[in-house]
Ligand binder design. Structure first.
Ligand code: ADP
Length: 413
């Protein structure tokens, strides 16, 4: 029986997960990424991960897919040799390109951000290395190409912030009219088969000659896929340092005022938004131990009536678009339990308002929320959220991006 391998490259580590046909996890390998901006380190880490998977499993791997951090990019030559520095997901060197982009891209387009892949490519175009470059690739594209050997292929999740039109499934004319167009990668559907693993890697790692490499995705979509959510109206809230929501929808919603955009998922859309509220604010006031202990003392049936909007510093975009919005954490009650409850209630309201906004803008009605991230374990918070959201809330059964991208690979088998 063939298995599928998912490989996740995050900001500080990389992980590989092998699943069987029943989607059971057979093996999991983790490697720390010492220098996350070095392609040679990515390559070594990729091969390290492959080498650590038990040989008996490697010979059963029928399909592989890779996810990387969204908008982590580089240029390479026709043989895949890097021809530029890596520009990491949060690199804002392209900030100076946004004014130009406004003159060509539609209003509110996702490329109109200092960290968009297209802003980065425009910045790279002005560097001397540009002349020797053949392809502009995302981290996941470059890593997958090490496996299948065809340079210049991407997927429409990674290519969204490059300006690819996921509705029409082509690059728009305003993009292909640019001088840099020859560097744009060919775009495939996530999970679509690109080709077999190269013969030399099959030999080195004992992979079957029939092992396929599929188009990959981004880290956050891979994490969403891991949750198993598949029906319109189902959603995943990620309660990490910040609060991010993703709602599977029959309709597409994009609104840059609120930082809302949609990824295509086959015939459905993954509509998402992210608030600056979240676990980082909790962390600023409580230790992990205090969070656990105090949360146990919360009675979710007795609300505090505190009207908090927890933020670390002023400003939010979703669901309230106000770059000057002040953190609201007063009055502070004498009881730490009540203070924490007030914050959790505030965040639950922000989350509910977020889903309400997505639906107002046309997304499918919310029917259920799965939860990922550090806050998913908090039962009091879950109860408060359930009251605000009015739909069932439960922890996501799987949250590892590597598991999600393994599911994507499996869909090719
Ligand atoms: P990151 O976005 O940094 O990857 P994680 O998904 O690892 O975040 O979640 C860490 C966050 O979860 C921290 O900011 C922490 O405040 C929060 N957190 C951890 N445990 C709890 C808990 N029991 N209740 C509420 N929040 C928690």
């Amino acid at each position: 029986m063939l298995c599928a391998l998912g490989i996740d490259f995050g900001t500080s580590g990389a992980r590989a997960i092998v699943i069987d046909a029943e989607q059971q996890l057979l093996a999991q390998v983790v490697v720390t990424l010492s220098q996350p901006e070095q392609p040679q380190v990515w390559r070594a880490t990729l091969f390290d991960l492959l080498g650590q998977i038990p040989a008996v499993l490697r010979q059963r791997i029928g399909a592989i897919a890779v996810n990387g951090t969204s908008s982590t990019v580089l240029m390479c030559d026709a043989q895949g040799q890097p021809r530029s520095a890596v520009l990491m997901y949060n690199d804002a060197r392209g900030a100076g390109q946004v004014d130009f982009l406004r003159t060509i891209a539609p209003p509110r387009h996702t490329v109109l951000s200092p960290t968009s892949s297209l802003a980065k490519l425009l910045w790279l175009q002005q560097q001397p290395e540009f002349a020797a470059a053949q392809y502009f690739l995302h981290q996941a594209d470059w890593l997958a190409a090490l496996l299948h050997g065809q340079w210049g292929v991407s997927d429409y999740h990674n290519a969204l912030k490059l300006g690819y039109d996921v509705g029409a499934l082509r690059y728009p004319d305003w993009l292909t009219d640019l001088d840099l167009a020859p560097l744009l990668p060919q775009v495939m559907s996530p999970g679509q088969v690109i080709g077999p693993v190269t013969a030399s890697l099959c030999e080195t790692f004992g992979l079957p000659a029939s092992c396929l490499v599929c188009a990959g995705t981004t880290d956050s979509i891979a994490a969403f896929l891991a949750s198993g959510v598949a029906v319109p109206g189902e959603a995943v809230t990620s309660l990490g340092s910040t609060l991010a929501v993703k709602l599977l929808s029959e309709t597409r919603v994009d609104d840059s005022r609120y930082g809302i955009y949609s990824h295509r998922l086959g015939n459905l859309w993954l509509v998402g938004g992210a608030s600056n509220t979240g676990g980082a604010v909790l962390k600023a006031f409580f230790s992990k131990k205090e969070l656990v202990e105090l949360s146990k003392q919360i009675d979710p049936n007795r609300l505090t009536e505190l009207d908090y909007y927890p933020l670390i510093k002023p400003g939010d975009r979703f669901p309230v678009n106000d770059p000057t919005l002040p953190p609201r954490l007063v009055p502070r009650p004498a009881s730490s339990v009540r203070f924490l409850q007030g914050m959790l209630e505030g965040m639950a309201r922000i989350e509910a308002k977020g889903y309400a906004l997505l639906q107002q803008l046309g997304a499918s009605p919310l029917i259920q929320v799965k939860t990922a991230g550090g806050g998913a374990q908090n039962l009091a918070w879950t109860a408060l959220r359930q009251q605000q959201l009015g739909v069932p809330v439960s922890p996501a059964p799987q949250i590892e991006a590597a598991y999600g991208v393994a599911l994507l690979a499996q869909s090719a088998l």
